[in-house]
Design a protein around this ligand. Structure first.
Ligand code: SF4
Length: 405
């Protein structure tokens, strides 16, 4: 009884896979390489079309005949499409009902995760009520449900006592967390746990980003001063079509308030280019705002229609080639900004959490502000904090020398 899990998509899926692994091991399964496994689970993502295409690619490569399970973020329509390729298509949070196992009802979040890697991913809620017109999540994950705060705090305490240096609080829209306390109060509680660790959270929605959250972020020392705040578009017409209930002005004001409270904060954002009917002028508004805010990082994606969403019925008006052009323009702006902004790190000493050794044999880690740092050192430092003096900067990463082991 050997299992292998293949995970696509966001941290939430990675976190679910850790719970699935733990459940399987309790049932007597052992983790194995893909080629040796007799149970292969693909934890899928339907957010982008490219991610669904990868499921096809992956399952076709499975040659022997193990039992195959498809789980994760799957649209009804894709379920039908994949039903011939997999033995089972199942809900990840309904593990106990999987016909493979039987047994009594299990609360998915009560399963202790089998953590992998350096960070502890802790889901604080599932689902989403926002129905952005391009997004499948409300259809695949259902409505928002918050986990009880006590359970989250206990999981965080355990992760810290097990030596994890980075806690990620996960949800599709963490700002609207509502499990016996507000999200800012949850941050305050987790910040009080004793130990040297960072707190990160994702994803945020600008409409729910309250002044109390700004206060909590700035007063809680362990909460990193780095924030991903998805803008999606800098044009009011497109924001409306995306069902994002804020204007470019609202977003700008919010960023001003955040920067006023935390002048040294670094910001990243998510942008979709080529949404249906996005004209050159609409795009120019996005590019202008993008230039003005000077983000430290951005995740820019070309719009791809997803079945079941409202935008799926809208006529696509931007060619793939034009989407790529728009993506490139924003990437260039980001690169220019970053080449300048990262120079301030030269000669500075930064605290780095070490993640891995890369293919070149260098250690790779991140600062609290999510900057990638490369340096030489022994593998035993993986999972630990070290001090690194920065000797070289580039738009996407920093290089340095270790100061203290
Ligand atoms: S808030 Fe995020 S998860 Fe929810 S619908 Fe919008 S993009 Fe999707």
């Amino acid at each position: 009884m050997k299992y292998h899990i293949i995970t696509f998509g966001c941290q939430m899926n990675k976190s679910d896979s850790e719970r699935i692994a733990s459940y399987l091991e309790k049932k007597g399964y052992k983790e194995a390489e893909e080629k040796d496994a007799n149970l292969i689970i693909i934890n899928a993502c339907s957010v982008r079309k490219s991610a669904t295409d990868r499921i096809h690619g992956k399952v076709k490569k499975i040659k022997e005949k193990p039992t195959t399970v498809l789980t994760g973020c799957i649209l009804k329509r894709d379920k039908a499409k994949f039903s011939k390729l997999f033995d089972y298509i199942l809900q990840s949070n309904d593990l106990a009902k999987w016909p493979l196992f039987g047994g009594k009802e299990t609360d998915f979040f009560k399963i202790p995760p089998k953590r992998k890697g350096v960070s502890a991913f802790i889901p604080i809620m599932t689902g989403c009520d926002n129905f952005c017109t391009y997004c499948v999540v409300p259809y695949t994950k259902g409505r928002e449900v918050s986990r009880p705060a006590k359970e989250i705090i206990e999981e965080a305490e355990k992760a810290v006592s097990n030596g994890y240096k980075e806690i990620w609080l996960l949800g599709q829209n963490v700002n609207s967390y509502n499990g016996e306390m507000t999200f800012p109060d949850l941050l305050r509680k987790i910040n009080k746990i004793k130990g040297d660790f960072w707190i990160r959270f994702v994803s945020s929605h600008p409409k729910d980003f309250s002044d109390d959250l700004i206060r909590a972020m700035s007063s809680c020392k362990k909460v990193v001063k780095y924030l991903n705040l998805p803008l999606q578009s800098g044009d009011d017409e497109i924001l409306k079509k995306m069902n994002r209930p804020y204007t470019s002005e609202d977003y700008k004001n919010l960023i001003e308030r955040i920067r006023k409270a935390m002048p040294d904060i670094e910001l990243s954002t998510d942008i979709i280019v080529g949404f249906p009917e996005e004209t050159e002028e609409n795009f120019r508004n996005t590019a202008e705002l993008f230039r003005e805010i000077k983000f430290d990082m951005a995740y820019i994606s070309c719009y791809s229609p997803r079945p079941q969403t409202v935008a799926y019925k809208m006529k696509e008006t931007v060619s793939d080639c034009e989407k790529k052009r728009r993506e490139k323009i924003l990437t260039e702006i980001l690169k220019e900004n970053n080449a300048e902004k990262t120079k301030k790190y030269k000669g500075k000493e930064v605290k780095v959490l070490v993640f891995e050794k890369n293919k070149k044999g260098e250690l790779q880690g991140k600062t609290a502000k999510n900057k990638t740092v490369l340096f030489s050192g022994p593998s035993k430092l993986i999972g630990r904090f070290v001090k690194v003096k920065i000797t070289q900067t580039s738009p996407w990463s920093l290089k340095g020398e270790i100061k203290q082991k």
